[in-house]
Ligand binder design. Structure first.
Ligand SMILES: NC(=O)c1ccc[n+]([C@@H]2O[C@H](COP(=O)([O-])OP(=O)(O)OC[C@H]3O[C@@H](n4cnc5c(N)ncnc54)[C@H](O)[C@@H]3O)[C@@H](O)[C@H]2O)c1
Length: 431
């Protein structure tokens, strides 16, 4: 249930939360923590609406703006962005929201803002710091994918979420769509017979980030705050917005960007566990590793022992079960071969291919195709067993209201597993 609308200021508790959240006591934070004098951004904290959750949104443009649209029927009480142009634009749409450039002020002043949850849509390097601080302060969190930038961070966030016991959701919204549910059901019901391997791919490429000496940050951007607690470097031309994905310091290339959406389908269908992911033998191939920029292409495979048979028990479980990833123009040899025979471009249309003893199933975010055609003609889809979602963001909002964290399907337990799988591939490549 939402907290009391009349939050009172309790310096000692706030001191405790800030310390627990591991936040450095900057002057701005100190104001919120100990002074009776509120920081400037708290001057317009709006009163609680009786029927709405009070949310803070960290990051306001691009994907962040999409997320804001999904929760805007609740009460957006704080907006945070390191780019003042974006912050002003979002602020114009939510004039009652408090605004700041520094996310630490939001978490430190959670009680003054009377927050019920935080939406984190920053670049990937800031996911773990913001999310961990919010969880340590006892706040429900919606965080974009990938949940973190490193495997160690993914495990730490999983641990923090489990300790906090609050509603969480990672931003893999395709999980809530209809198609993934029906693919999971079809493959589990034997559409391809027993699953032997799954190939996944994406045609795009987020690689080749380079430093650009002499570049000047946009006047509206606080480059220091954007960089977070990592080493401070001169501005890199074009990195903001979006192109941070091409740099190890801030993102994890194409696999990191797209892997959580696409590998979600085999992870869900095969019922992979944290243990399967942590113990997978990982192989990775790409161009020579660069210290600064992510690769223009990558091939990764994960070999997992002990994955239960899915889709049929004819000759036991695959041992190991092999999951493969291709990006930046690399292609699955299996998909290439049958595409050439059929004269069909399966590669450009789909992202996932389940291979089994009786055939194959291609899928993307919105459609599936059973192969070969004869198999498709005889196949009868199973009755629906996975109920439609109320919506990815709504799952999180409902879970907050109900006080039932387990009601989100991509909570940080599952989200960190998916993220760890992806990042084990990235880290294997980096060596
Ligand atoms: N779920 C999806 O389909 C989907 C799609 C696109 C992006 N994403 C994810 O969303 C996140 C953002 O991606 P994007 O492409 O919108 O990035 P972007 O660089 O275009 O936008 C990031 C936003 O966050 C702000 N920001 C940056 N650092 C900040 C900080 N420290 N504090 C507050 N605000 C900060 C930026 O100014 C900007 O408003 C990434 O994690 C990305 O992986 C998810």
């Amino acid at each position: 249930m939402p907290r009391s609308p009349t939050a009172t200021h309790r310096p000692s508790r706030r001191q405790f939360l800030v310390a627990a959240a591991g936040l450095a006591l900057t002057p701005a934070l100190a104001r919120c923590v100990s002074a009776r004098r509120a920081p400037a951004f708290l001057q317009h904290v709006s009163p609680r609406r009786p029927d709405a959750l009070r949310l803070a949104c960290i990051g306001t443009a691009n994907r962040a703006w999409d997320n804001i649209q999904e929760v805007r029927h609740e009460q957006i009480v704080a907006l945070c962005d390191v780019d003042s142009a974006y912050l002003e634009r979002a602020g114009a749409a939510f004039p009652d929201a408090a605004r700041t450039r520094d996310w630490r002020e939001v978490i430190a002043c959670a009680r003054e803002l009377d927050l019920d949850g935080v939406v984190v849509s920053t670049p990937d390097h800031m996911h773990a710091p913001v999310t961990r601080a919010a969880l340590h302060a006892g706040l429900p969190v919606y965080c974009e994918k990938p949940l973190t930038r490193t495997v160690a961070e993914a495990r730490a966030v999983r641990e923090a979420a489990s300790r906090a016991g609050v509603a969480t959701q990672m931003g893999t919204q395709i999980h809530a769509g209809e198609n993934y549910r029906r693919v999971v059901e079809a493959v589990r019901a034997g559409a391809v017979g027993r699953v032997t391997a799954v190939d996944c791919w994406v045609t795009k490429s987020w690689g080749d980030g380079r430093l650009t000496p002499g570049a000047v940050a946009p006047a509206t951007l606080d480059w220091d705050l954007w960089q977070g607690d990592g080493p401070k470097v001169p501005y890199i031309e074009g990195i903001h917005p979006g192109n941070w994905r091409r740099y190890w310091a801030y993102g994890t290339g194409t696999l990191g960007d797209m892997g959580c959406h696409i590998l979600d389908l085999p992870v869900w269908t095969m019922g992979l566990t944290d243990e399967h992911v942590a113990s997978a033998e990982v192989f990775a191939e790409g161009p020579p590793v660069d210290a600064v920029g992510t690769p223009s292409w990558l091939e990764v495979s994960w070999a997992m022992q002990g994955v239960p048979a899915v889709g049929g028990l004819d000759s036991g479980a695959p041992d190991p079960f092999v999951l493969r990833w291709f990006d930046g123009g690399r292609m699955s040899p299996f998909v290439q071969e049958i595409g050439a025979k059929d004269r069909v471009n399966y590669h450009d249309r789909f992202n996932v291919c389940f291979q089994g003893t009786e055939g194959a199933l291609f899928a993307n975010y919105g459609e599936m195709l059973l192969w070969p055609g004869a198999r498709a003609a005889e196949w009868k889809p199973p009755t629906v067993s996975i109920a439609p979602s109320v919506g990815h963001h709504r799952e999180w909002l409902q879970a907050i209201r109900a006080g039932r964290p387990s009601e989100t399907l991509c909570g940080f337990g599952y989200g960190s597993r998916l993220t760890e799988l992806v990042l084990r591939g990235v880290e294997r490549y980096r060596g």
